[in-house]
Design a protein around this ligand. Structure first.
Ligand code: PA5
Length: 449
């Protein structure tokens, strides 16, 4: 097995293979529309053939910029929110040692990657800045629109701190801005300060931007091989082209199944993993599907759990709660490391029956046992298997889910590439903060509080 696999044999009888095949034409037409731009959102299809269009020169420019930050900094703060940080974090967490961030800074091979601008927590920012006091830090500031409040606020604070710490000239070498080619506050600021910049293409939306410099630069800074990541994505891009027949188009099959389950009352999809490093892949996936499909009062609600951890908190609900859920499992065949369970002569914990087995064998049996229990409990199950956690398979997974999301959104009948609902909270927040230009909204909202 040299590629991610899709196992759809455990749908609890709720959708049959025949019913899936009946939708093959619709799914292939939806896939085709991603190439010919004949449906809504056609301005945002730049991600479809993005992996194969990345040139060696593009990669070298990113690698060179990563080298500058890696050489000058022992910590790099990635400032961004939503699609401007989740993809990078998903890959970095999946492919770095779990306790990397605790390593003494002199012993580290790679700068520690930290995150800001994804919340407005005052304590979070205070504590981050306290930590950075004795760090040689740099900043990758990412905002496609260049106007998002959360990252702009974090950047103002960290830029000010960096300038006071290392001076204006050195600061310029340690800041990279990734934003629109010509518009937005971040573009104006970056050009006037003379920062190194990368462009987020107009036709790639935030949540589809992980394979642009948005994701690739932070990932390269973390010491991860972006060439292999891109290669993995290219493999799935090629294997899911508009010429690919439905039976071989795994994202199309996944998209059909989740839509058919949705029509049969399975309104919530739970993405589950048995590998703690995949927590942020699920966060990225939640944004991808949630922001793409949750509109016009429609859309599967994307939820996520980390197993076996959450079997001890959410397991009861999944097993016996309202039967409106289905589960998609990401299963990693081989962990990178081996840990064998030792014998204990007194066996007070009763674990000697596991003597000599690997910890992963226990994990795998927990996975299988849970899967069978959930299917028996009426929870349809989709299994996505990957051989191991490495760059190539992460690249495959990213493109798999992006393609599935585009097809799924079109099958649902909505535009998967806009996010009009995200503006509602911003308008109220600006009105409450009395931002210039929002005077009418301020007057209106004040009457309601
Ligand atoms: O997918 C999207 O477009 C959004 O969720 C954005 O990623 C998020 O709002 C951040 O926007 P920006 O990169 O413009 O700061």
């Amino acid at each position: 097995m040299d590629s991610i696999q899709l196992n759809i044999k455990h749908l609890a009888g709720i959708v049959t293979e025949e019913e899936i095949l009946l939708k093959s034409e619709q799914a292939s037409a939806a896939n085709q529309a991603l190439y010919d731009g004949t449906r809504e959102g056609s301005d945002f299809l730049g991600w479809v053939e993005l992996p194969s269009s990345i040139t060696d020169e593009n990669i070298r420019e990113i690698e060179d910029s990563a080298t500058v930050l890696r050489t000058r900094c022992d910590a790099v703060v990635v400032i961004g929110i939503g699609g401007s940080y989740l993809g990078a974090r998903a890959v970095i967490d999946a492919l770095s040692s779990s306790f990397d961030w605790l390593q003494d800074k002199d012993k580290r091979k790679n700068p520690v990657v930290l995150y800001a601008g994804n919340n407005i927590g005052e304590d979070y920012l205070y504590e981050l800045m306290s930590l950075l006091e004795d760090r040689e830090f740099g900043i990758i500031n990412i905002s496609k629109s260049g106007t998002t409040t959360e990252p702009a606020l974090a950047f103002r604070l960290l830029k000010d701190m960096l300038e006071k710490k290392v001076g204006a000239e050195e600061t310029k070498k340690r800041i990279v801005a990734i934003t629109d080619e010509s518009k937005g506050a971040l573009r104006t600021l970056a050009d006037s300060e003379g920062y190194k910049t990368f462009v987020i293409p107009d036709n790639v939306g935030g949540r589809y931007s992980v394979l642009t410099p948005v994701g690739l630069l932070p990932i390269a800074v973390a010491g991860i091989n972006i060439r292999k990541l891109i290669q993995g994505a290219v493999e799935i891009e090629k294997g899911t082209s508009s010429a690919t027949s439905f039976d071989y188009n795994l994202p199309a099959i996944y998209a059909v199944i989740r839509n058919e389950l949705y029509k049969r009352g399975k309104k919530i999809e739970i993405l589950a993993n048995y590998h703690p490093k995949l927590h942020f892949l699920a966060e990225w996936w939640k944004q991808l599907f949630g922001e793409s499909e949750g509109k016009e009062n429609l859309g599967v609600f994307p939820a996520a759990v980390d197993f076996t951890t959450d079997l001890h908190s959410m397991g009861q609900w999944i097993q016996e709660g309202e039967r409106t859920i289905f589960e998609t499992i990401i299963s990693v065949k081989q962990p990178d490391n081996k840990v064998k369970i030792p014998r204990d002569d007194r066996d007070l914990d009763g674990l000697n029956y596991l003597e000599g087995k690997r910890v992963d064998e226990v994990n795998k049996m927990a996975e299988l046992g849970t899967r069978i229990a959930h299917v028996d409990g009426g929870v349809p199950n989709i299994l996505i298997e990957i051989p191991q956690l490495n760059e190539k398979y992460m690249g495959q997974l990213i493109y798999f889910f992006e393609k599935a999301c585009g097809i799924s959104g079109y099958l649902l009948g909505i535009n998967p590439f806009n996010q009009p609902g995200v503006e509602a909270y911003k308008k109220n927040m600006f009105a409450l903060l009395e931002k210039p230009g929002f005077e009418d909204a301020t007057r209106a909202i004040k009457k309601r509080i």
